[in-house]
Design a protein around this ligand. Sequence first.
Ligand code: MG
Length: 310
Amino acid sequence: MSQHVTIEDVTPRDGLQNEPTPVPLAQKLLLIQKLAAAGITHIQATSFVHPKWVPQLADADQLAKDLPPLPGVQYSALIPNLRGYERAVAAGIRHLEFVLSASESFNHRNLNRSLQESLALLEQVTQRALSDGVTLRVGFSVSFHCPFEGRISTQAVVKLARECRAIHPWRLALCDSDGMGFPNQVRDAVRALRDDLRMQNAEIALHFHDTYGRGLSNSLVGLEEGIREFDATTAGLGGCPYCPGASGNLATEDLVDLLHGLGYQTGIDLEKLLDAAEFALQFSSRPYQGHLLRAMRPGTCQKNELRPVP
Ligand code: MG
């Protein structure tokens, strides 16, 4: 089994979208360059949603046009609908994540439409993507727990996956948006996607938040099941606007440290990643949420923790 693990760093999108103060475009581009310099090959740069909903990412069109073309680096962006698709492709993005939710309530709150409506949009976007040669990954928010409906059953995830895969067998990302998933749920969901839908490990990505400190445990179970693609954010930035109490995503540096310790390869330079984490931390309104930066560069975290919370 492959020992190479792909990290999709989603800091510029999932990390920054919840910060109360929007980060200037030039700073976002600097952050992206630092991530790439650390060896991150997959970067989720932004989200093409209506700026009214996510004002922090209102610069998506310009940011996408200004992304530095770096060898070996693949940029992606999140889209919820056809309009987002058109904006993203017009701005030059060729890898998109279509988002919908594993729970009906979260789909309504987060996307303002029913799951059936999201699936109809996925169908429209799929037709366009296939004719344009654009790649999609379909991301399921709240795959394990929903702040409105509680625990999400494996059957609900499989049902939604079956409906999506009937439209087109795009790769899927199971996202633990409020960080309340448990390792046994991760194991059950991955096994069910393989057993019931005949999905391959390479068609499944995992996206964990660390609200309850379960990000690494959940990742470990995913690894043991053979999954080799994980999302994370540098310095553990992020949260979820509709998940009260959700702290950041799993910190990229914590995940990379675990992976390297277990003998996996990522192609990522941990020291340069810590440089990127230090840089990202200045955009956070909260104390550092990860572990590695605190352990290896305690001075950085102390400075941040002494800052008044706005
Ligand atoms: Mg997320």
